[in-house]
Design a protein around this ligand. Structure first.
Ligand code: ADP
Ligand code: GN1
Ligand code: MG
Length: 371
């Protein structure tokens, strides 16, 4: 641990920070990058967030950081009427290296980036109040609206076919061919494989087609889980973070992924499946906040398509977590040996709960647009 912190302090020296860094520690609960908080002296001085970019997932750090920079600059111009301090709380601010680069590549080939740490904010893994859910709706709705005029051609597609369910299913079948024994043969895996197979046609030919035929490709966030919004102490939305996946996509994808993490009373990796239950008032609060910000620029067809994302995205997570489990966990960070299986099972339980309340979830969207 000491060595790890020493490494972090030595990496931090390459960035244009103000003040001496006095402490560094691990921060946040993301599944992809390694995140550290850095505090400077005197107490209450500026703090920074240093991240080691996951090189397995993002081998091209230059393209990745060009995207993040493009999005940050675009959002900053939209907020130009606010003071500098406020802008720094509403969008990510990249801290460049001393040689003015967007990231630093160390001698081991690891890429590091730094952001200004937005103080007195928190991210939440399990939503508990309607106010939080509404705040996330406002945050992601505004985010999509502000990016609606960003030129998609300027974005590098760093993760091709990221939310393409057919691609995810192909990857699952590839994993099964590459690892025909071992985890693939476990009873719990076979149960999930049967459930996936029974929904493949509906997801690919019905749900996806309804989204694609109703919506234009837009710039979307592509990772709208609730802990990618920073809230302040009063649970007011501050900033949408984790911009690594901002790429063209359909608004229903962002809607579905947000709902996946908001409507669930249990954790994403809940072991006790009885706790994976829907919290419909939180869904209603998110819909309200989201449509308040996005309702005016979305077409009627897009709004209608949102509900399909609510099914497609949890289904896609089942497929992704299960694929990673079958491949012995190369992708997501795990804390215990069958973590990805537990995640896949919990997301599947969530999907079945969502399936049992389809009419109700649809009527809430309809009610929100007519009221
Ligand atoms: P990952 O890609 O691994 O999910 P994130 O970019 O989402 O990494 O960051 C992980 C966590 O760090 C977030 O959930 C949030 O709690 C915290 N975080 C990230 N960026 C900032 C920031 N600029 N200010 C304050 N906290 C942040
Ligand atoms: C990852 O980085 P994080 O933890 O916010 C993943 C998302 C998944 C999510 C599931 C680049 O998000 O796509 O939906 O885990 N990010 C990437 O929790 O794959
Ligand atoms: Mg994250």
């Amino acid at each position: 641990m000491q060595n790890e912190i020493e490494l972090i302090l030595s990496i931090a020296k390459h960035f244009r920070t103000e003040g001496a860094i006095v402490q560094a520690y691990r921060y946040g609960s993301g599944h992809i990058n390694d995140t550290y908080r850095l505090d400077t002296a005197p107490e209450g001085g500026t703090s920074y967030l240093l991240q080691r970019i996951n090189r397995f997932i993002f081998p091209d750090a230059q393209n990745l950081m060009e995207n993040v920079d493009l999005v940050c600059r675009h959002l900053q111009t939209k907020l130009a009427h606010l003071g500098k301090k406020e802008v720094q709380r509403k969008t990510l601010t990249i801290i460049p290296t001393h040689t003015n680069q967007l990231f630093y590549k160390d001698t081991n080939g690891e890429s590091w980036r730094m952001f200004w740490l937005i103080e007195n904010t928190h991210s939440v893994d399990v939503v508990t109040t309607k106010m939080q859910a509404y705040a996330a709706g406002i945050a992601f709705g505004s985010f999509q609206r502000e990016l609606a005029d960003l030129d998609a051609k300027k974005i590098h597609v760093v993760l091709p076919r990221f939310h393409d369910i057919e691609h995810r299913l192909e990857n699952l079948h590839k994993a099964l061919r590459a690892h025909p024994k071992g985890r693939a043969k476990e009873e719990a895996v076979e149960v999930l494989l049967r459930e996936i197979a029974s929904r493949e046609t509906a997801m690919c030919q019905d749900f996806l087609q309804r989204i694609v035929s109703a919506s234009p490709l837009r710039i979307i966030h592509n990772d709208t889980k609730f802990n990618n919004v920073l809230l302040d102490r009063d649970d007011q939305p501050q900033c949408v973070i984790d911009l690594d996946t901002v790429m063209p996509g359909y608004v229903a994808f962002d809607f579905g992924d947000a709902i996946r993490t908001i409507i669930n009373r249990g954790r994403e990796d809940e072991r006790d499946l009885n706790k994976v239950k829907l919290n419909v008032p939180l869904y209603e609060a998110y819909v309200k906040g989201y449509l308040e910000k996005a309702g005016a620029f979305l077409s009627d067809g897009e709004i209608e398509s949102l509900l399909y994302g609510v099914y497609l995205l949890p289904f896609m997570q089942v497929v992704r977590f299960l694929t990673d489990y079958i491949e012995y966990d190369p992708y997501y960070k795990t804390q215990f040996s069958n973590h990805n299986l537990v995640r896949a099972q919990a997301q599947f339980k969530l999907l079945t709960e969502l399936e049992s309340q389809r009419d109700k979830l649809r009527s809430i969207i309809q009610h929100a647009i007519t009221s």
